[in-house]
Design a protein around this ligand. Structure first.
Ligand SMILES: C[S@@+](CC[C@H](N)C(=O)[O-])C[C@H]1O[C@@H](n2cnc3c(N)ncnc32)[C@H](O)[C@@H]1O
Length: 293
């Protein structure tokens, strides 16, 4: 008999967020962060910052990008990482930058009350992969992100669409499990196309100079010959993404009136669809904008 699946742990707030916060998830996030860095040609962030003083990493997870910002901008006054869950202690090469610190909680609530998140005080606000929880993206961009920025301050959103491609053509249009979780996510106010919609949300929030760069992130190492930079994320996604949907599908399918066995059927279909395969990838959208002066 197969051993029982390990119990996963989750944040305990009432904020919508559907991924675990345990050590297997931390290991996955760290490997993913390393894979993204390689995929983006060691360019972790894209906004053209010049001597930033206050920076914020929203939904910082294990703090990989927060740490990168600290080492890249040692002269910055303060770099905060904020997350719903405690940020784990991770041994990284070199000294820990003295100018980073972490805040625990929901950025949407804390930006109204926590003096460290004062309006108009940030040169740069970064987020990556809020797709699995953020609700009302338009309101989040308008009422939380834009007001945090100084005039001229930059925002960068790195996020996905739940759309899969095979050799450049959409292959996920008929996936039943994906249609179900899109419906479940919509009912919760989430947007499973937030990657490509980020530019629209920024413009609607009054941000300007919005630009988008896209990176194909393969499932498996099939693209290595043409795109050697995709090897690490390809391997990480081949191993780590399928199992995540055993968590995501049941949580997003809640409230759709499906039986337990129907939900398990969707989970099975998702793991079949998400296995590594030649030509399969999804797209990471990097969207940058700024608050007008
Ligand atoms: C998929 S992880 C990505 C972590 C990190 N950005 C990275 O790329 O490695 C998303 C993180 O966002 C956090 N998060 C989601 N919604 C949040 C919110 N409203 N406020 C603060 N953190 C949030 C989650 O707790 C989770 O750690």
């Amino acid at each position: 008999m197969a051993p029982p699946a390990p119990q996963r742990s989750f944040h305990t707030t009432d904020t919508e967020y559907n991924l675990p916060n345990d050590s297997p998830e931390h290991a996955r996030l760290e490997e993913q962060a390393a894979g993204y860095a390689e995929l983006m040609h060691n360019r972790v962030i894209h906004a053209p910052l010049s001597h930033p003083q206050r920076l914020l990493d929203i939904g910082c997870g294990t703090g990989a990008v927060t740490h990168h910002l600290g080492t890249t901008y040692p002269a910055a006054d303060r770099i905060y990482g904020i997350d719903l869950s405690p940020v784990p202690n991770i041994n990284r090469p070199g000294e820990s930058p003295g100018n980073i610190s972490f805040i625990q909680g929901d950025v949407r609530k804390l930006s109204k009350t926590d003096q460290r998140l004062a309006p108009g005080s940030f040169d740069y606000v970064f987020s990556r992969l809020l797709i699995c929880g953020m609700t009302d993206w338009a309101g989040y961009m308008r009422d939380t992100v834009a007001p945090l920025l100084k005039p001229g301050g930059w925002v960068e959103v790195q996020d996905l669409d739940y759309v899969w491609y095979k050799h450049g053509h959409v292959c996920s249009g008929e996936w039943k499990w994906l249609r179900a979780i899109n419906e479940g996510a919509k009912r919760k106010g989430m947007d499973l196309s937030c990657g490509s919609n980020a530019a629209k949300y920024m413009r609607e929030a009054g941000l300007v100079d919005v630009s988008v760069k896209r990176y194909g992130a393969p499932f498996g190492t099939w693209a290595v010959k043409q795109r050697p930079e995709s090897e690490r994320i390809g391997a990480a996604q081949a191993e780590g993404i399928g199992p995540l949907y055993e968590v995501i599908v049941p949580r997003l399918a809640q409230g759709l009136g499906l039986s337990e066995s129907e939900v398990q059927g969707l989970v099975g279909e998702s793991s079949e669809c998400l296995r590594a395969e030649d030509g399969k990838e999804w797209v990471v959208h990097v969207t940058v904008g700024r608050r007008p002066f």
